[in-house]
Design a protein around this ligand. Structure first.
Ligand code: CDP
Ligand code: MG
Length: 705
């Protein structure tokens, strides 16, 4: 029926036009819109510019478009915008593609570890700061970029800090090259990514590529913290411009007493707001995926007990490993009569701005990396936020009108908070940074021009770790081939080493799976009320040898399931059934999906490196020996009281309750992570023979007798 079809089309067109109009209006009303011309002018005049503006003023989504329209991509150059978080890179790129009315991956794209959505025509490219660092390995002049915007610089993640140092250097090199006369061509280390001017063949048969005169690199540092001084000093007095924000008053409410159970307090507050307060969405800050998923099921349970009319609450999680179509859901307005409650990690503090938020619930905690140079062991710990973070969080409630922020702690505690957060470089294991910088030709880490120098002891310890892993030579240079191979893999040094060794141990197939499964948070998902039921189901995967092998079993079972359900040309159906299978087996479908993606990527990586991929089949002894040979620093011995003593530093820890080895009789284990809450826990644990340590890691352990 043609007439109906036309009607539908018209309808769609109208919807499309309406949405486009609405977006245009939103864009025009952003605080940054009134200074578009001035910003473009300032970027033209200054090679380095600092832009400071409140969260939500439009920095991340608008500035790249202004620069594009201002002609900064005219010579084919790309505007690169780095984000500390994957989620931000993805969601913002999607939004900007929509604003520009283009397909994602064309003019506007993003690139994050394990996912590249860009093409030859991409001119506005959002990416993680870590990814740009990796690109610098291949293209030391970052010659494809005309502008680089380092976004969220106030977060001061370790990757941002390294990037700032590197960019400063690239900028110098590029301006030298642009000042050189036209005849002085600059030769690049890797011609593949640079513009060719002359592609004559050299005698060795390699294409010799000479680089066209490079334009100076425009560098923009964007930050939500109002203090731009630090950045300005670091960049030799670079100019800073402030974008006026718009902030409505936010009522701050505290609890009378400290809360003992944060999850419970958050749950009660969500329900209270939902039942007693006027319309407006709720944003809750939680420390990680696990807390988010616990609260999600608690709220669902409690909602069911309410009268039907009061059940109109839409619960939306937001964390890094969430598939991106789910991440985007937080930006869509809820249906009429519904209230959204967004359960987010720190992502929502400044990285992404969600429209419609009127209520913020802030338990005052954040998960951070913590490193003790004494032990050389890094752990994830949950700590109190700084004052600056608490203010950022409450600010999220006052973007579109007056709002309320419920801090789940007493007012007296706020006064005692640190003013601002310590940069991550001061509290993390630096071995990855050292590896990356060494690969970029920076051998003297202590002498590197960091905005804030890392601790000397932490540097020494991290160097020692790399040395023990065989990545560095006695002269602190990258070893060949191990160090170079490790630097090429987008993983932590320990994991890279495990893969390299596994090819020698004949178990690379299995190690690829294990490393991928360890890269995601919590493969098993157990709702509180189903604790007992889940135990029995999960047991069917569990290996008496430990969690690494249990994860391997889960992955293999998943492959087997997909194989069995494979019908002709219907992968979708198998995937759909897999979701059901995951649910029945208390497996976190999103985490498993993510692990499968990671597996594919790192498999490609090791294939390209020429590592031999073979399988040890059911001979998992080899796999355990390989784990011992790679994670030897994370070895622990059993104490008479059943706890474990970490050999590297004497720290006492318990096996985490979620581990299959929680009641193990084994004398010696290796673990993947150490988490500190009220107690020390080791997670992802595997049983080993302590004699293996002396045999496989003699650089670290010797037999006394
Ligand atoms: O970077 P900054 O915090 O200054 O702001 P932004 O991220 O550019 O956000 C500008 C506006 O775009 C905000 O009002 C957001 O709510 C909106 N936005 C959106 O509606 N959907 C997205 N996926 C991203 C941003
Ligand atoms: Mg932003």
């Amino acid at each position: 029926m043609p007439s109906m079809a036309t009607g539908n089309n018209n309808n769609n067109n109208n919807q499309f036009v309406n949405r486009k109009n609405k977006i245009d209006q939103q864009r025009k009303s952003l605080p940054i819109a009134s200074v578009e011309k001035r910003l473009v002018e300032e970027v033209r005049k200054n090679d380095t510019l600092i832009i400071v503006g409140e969260t939500g003023s439009g920095k991340t989504t608008q500035l790249p478009q202004y620069l594009f329209n201002g002609g900064f991509c005219r010579d084919g150059g790309i505007i690169g915008i780095t984000q500390p978080r994957r989620v931000a890179a993805v969601t913002v790129a999607k939004r900007v593609a929509e604003e520009c009315g283009v397909e994602l991956g064309q003019k506007v794209g993003y690139s994050i570890r394990f996912e590249d959505v860009t093409s030859m025509s991409t001119r506005i490219k959002y990416m993680t700061d870590g990814l740009l660092l990796r690109e610098a390995l291949l293209d030391p002049y970052l010659s494809r970029y005309s502008v680089i915007v380092v976004d969220e610089a106030h977060e001061r993640t370790v990757q941002t800090d390294v990037l700032l140092g590197l960019l400063k250097d690239v900028q110098k090199k590029r301006s030298r090259s642009s000042n050189a006369s036209n005849n002085d061509h600059v030769k690049s280390n890797n011609g593949a990514l640079v513009k060719e001017e002359n592609n004559g063949q050299t005698s060795s048969g390699f294409k010799q590529q000479l680089v066209k005169k490079l334009n100076p690199l425009k560098l923009i540092i964007m930050s939500a913290s109002l203090d731009a001084r630090g950045f300005s000093e670091y960049f030799s007095g670079a100019k800073a411009v402030h974008v006026q924000g718009r902030q409505f008053p936010v009522d701050i409410l505290y609890t009378a007493q400290p809360e003992t159970d944060c999850l419970d307090a958050a749950l009660v507050t969500i329900l209270q707001i939902h039942l007693d307060e006027g319309p407006g969405d709720i944003l809750v800050f939680l420390s990680g995926q696990e807390e988010i998923e616990s609260i999600e099921s608690l709220v669902r349970e409690n909602l069911k007990k309410l009268p039907e009319a009061k059940q109109k609450l839409l619960i939306l999680p937001l964390f890094s490993s969430l598939p991106s179509e789910k991440q985007m859901k937080v930006f869509t307005p809820a249906a009429v009569g519904f209230r959204k409650v967004i359960l987010a990690t720190n992502i929502a503090e400044t990285s992404v701005t969600i429209p419609g938020i009127k209520y913020v619930i802030d338990p005052g905690l954040v998960k951070v990396r913590s490193y003790s140079p004494d032990s050389g062991i890094e752990s994830l710990i949950v700590v109190k936020t700084s004052k600056a973070q608490a203010l950022q969080r409450s600010g999220r409630a006052g973007r579109e009108g007056p709002g309320k922020c419920f801090r789940l702690y007493p007012e007296s505690r706020f006064e005692g908070l640190d003013d601002s957060t310590v940069p991550e470089i001061k509290r993390c294991n630096l071995s990855n940074v050292i590896l990356q910088l060494s690969a970029l030709g920076v051998d003297d880490i202590i002498g590197f021009d960091f905005m804030e120098k890392p601790d000397r002891m932490a540097v020494i310890k991290s160097l020692e770790l790399l040395y023990l892993l065989g990545a560095l030579t006695d002269e602190k240079k990258l070893s060949d081939p191990i160090g170079h191979q490790m630097a090429r893999l987008p993983l932590e040094p320990n994991d890279s080493k495990a893969l390299i060794l596994a090819s020698q141990f004949g178990c690379l197939e299995e190690m690829l799976i294990v490393v991928s499964m360890l890269s995601v948070e919590s493969i098993f998902y157990v709702p509180r009320e189903k604790l007992e039921e889940s135990r029995a189901v999960i047991k069917s995967f569990s290996s008496p040898d430990g969690d690494h092998l249990t994860l391997l079993n889960v992955y293999r079972a998943c492959l087997e399931f997909l194989e069995k359900n494979k019908t002709e040309n219907s992968n979708d159906k198998a995937e759909k059934n897999l979701r059901r299978w995951c649910k029945d087996n208390f497996i976190n479908n999103r985490s498993l999906k993510h692990a499968r993606d990671i597996y594919k990527q790192i498999r490609e990586n090791v294939e390209r490196m020429g590592l031999k991929i073979s399988s040890c089949g059911d001979d998992t002894l080899q796999l355990r020996r390989c784990l011992a040979a790679s994670y030897f620093l994370n070895a622990a011995l059993k104490q008479p009281d059943g706890t474990f003593r970490v050999l590297a530093n004497g720290q006492i820890a318990e096996v985490h309750p979620t581990s299959v080895l929680r009641r193990t009789k084994s004398e010696c284990i290796i673990f993947y992570n150490l988490v500190q809450t009220t107690r020390n826990y080791v997670r992802n644990v595997t049983r080993i023979d302590y004699l293996w340590l002396a045999e496989l890691a003699p650089q670290c352990y010797a037999l006394k007798d």
